[in-house]
Design a protein around this ligand. Structure first.
Ligand SMILES: [Zn+2]
Length: 146
């Protein structure tokens, strides 16, 4: 069974690779490389895969999930300029792809529950564009076999 919780945060970013110069960034990212940045209302959907506990009927306690997502995503990112205020985006471009991967990295250790595990992180940068991330194959993220 998949259970999904949606959260939102608003943040500014500039799509810029610090390894490249201004001209190279403009060629690569177009207007999104404007150094003054621009904002998005990001929507994040975090899905967990698991089996409901026979006693509670729940895969996990949704209050716990909400607290983790607020602490690990909303608090560090909401109303921030990601490139300047939310590492590692001072070093890597805060694209939707990299944001999805970083959110996975931040929350996955907290979601190794007895009856569930993190399945995917979906990041909407706009209503028309989203990225799904399922962790790295073979990294051990998929199962908690230990
Ligand atoms: Zn953007």
């Amino acid at each position: 069974m998949l259970i999904t919780r949606k959260i939102e945060f608003s943040a500014a970013h500039v799509c810029r690779n610090p390894q490249l110069n201004d001209e190279q960034n403009r060629l690569l990212y177009g207007a999104a490389a404007n150094p003054h940045g621009h904002g998005h209302n990001y929507v994040v959907e975090v899905s967990l895969r698991g089996e409901p506990d026979p006693a509670t009927g729940m895969v996990l306690d949704l209050k716990d999930l909400k607290a983790i997502l607020n602490r690990e995503i909303v608090e560090p990112y909401d109303h921030r300029f990601l490139n300047y205020e939310a590492p590692p985006f001072d070093r890597i471009p805060p694209t939707a792809e990299n944001i999805a991967r970083e959110i996975w990295r931040r929350i996955e250790p907290h979601l190794r529950m007895p009856r569930s595990r993190l399945d995917s992180v979906r990041v909407y940068e706009t209503p028309d564009l989203y990225v799904d991330y399922f962790g790295e194959p073979g990294s051990g993220d998929e199962t908690c076999s230990a």
